[in-house]
Design a protein around this ligand. Sequence first.
Ligand code: HEC
Length: 305
Amino acid sequence: MFKNFLMFFIVIFSLSGCENGFEPAEVASENIAGDDSLNPTTTTTVTTTTQPDSSGIEPPQGDQYTLQDIYFKVTNPGVNDTYQWSHSLSGETDQCITQDMGEVFEVFCRKAGVLTVKLTINGSIEYSSVPIQLQSSIEKGEVEFVIKEGTSNGPWNSLAKMITIRVGDTFVVTSEDSTRDNHCMHTSGNAPTEHCPIGAPLSKGESHSFEVLNEHDSSMNPEKVYDHFVDSSATFFVKSVALDGEQLYANNCSSCHGALTSSEMKNKMAWQIQDAIFRNKGNMRDYIGLTEEEVGAIARELQSN
Ligand code: HEC
């Protein structure tokens, strides 16, 4: 990571050329990298003047995503300046893992949101970054179900129709049927609306789209979705997949940490797992693709076994 951090400086240097006001600290960084040739003239320039007025936070460029390192940098560091960084994601201060490297602040978030970074220089001068919209880097799936033309009251759906949807996926129901103009998808009982747009009949060509927010609650039977205007026995089943922490652990962790029941990592919390992955302990960065929910499911197993 430290190497990347130096590379970052070198890129900045080579793109921006020899601008005024680069401080010795940066020249030193360059020397450590052993690549003076990129910017030979600055090695002889030594200025010790702190320039608080021109300081601030240099934000990352381009689109920013979750599950990636995001670097913020002091624009004009002074030799003896001290820096104190903090962050918030959509107003919450404990959502991201951070690493304070002095002039550079690294942030790693699993959730999307609006990221803002604050910098205090020498305990008094405060700067805020522009708010950055962090986009999710996890692709969400889309599951489609089409009610075919002419199905009307026919048995267009049956127990054989099991639709598997993950929490977070979007479920899209479209009616192509003009013989019955108002198919109405609903679930039995007090179904949560995220599972079915109750009271919103589908005319031909219409679609309803909604996000699956929860695993199914079998006490409310919401996994069973009916089409009201077909008949009461015509149902299809929507299954939202529950995460199997035991299986996730077996697939991803047991090869190094042993079987779940005797794991070296018993009682580790989700944040400790995320942190270990983020810091690449034991080359665990390969597991960066595990979602927050998956890490949570593994942690629950580590707590309870
Ligand atoms: C390729 C081998 C490997 C895999 C796979 C692996 N780890 Fe690790 N993990 C390590 C090593 C090595 C360490 C460093 C051990 C240490 O620092 O004591 C470590 C450290 C950790 C730590 C930090 C321990 C601490 O006290 O700092 C946690 C938590 C952890 N692993 C959990 C997991 C979980 C959960 C998985 C599955 C998602 C996993 N690991 C997969 C090798 C692995």
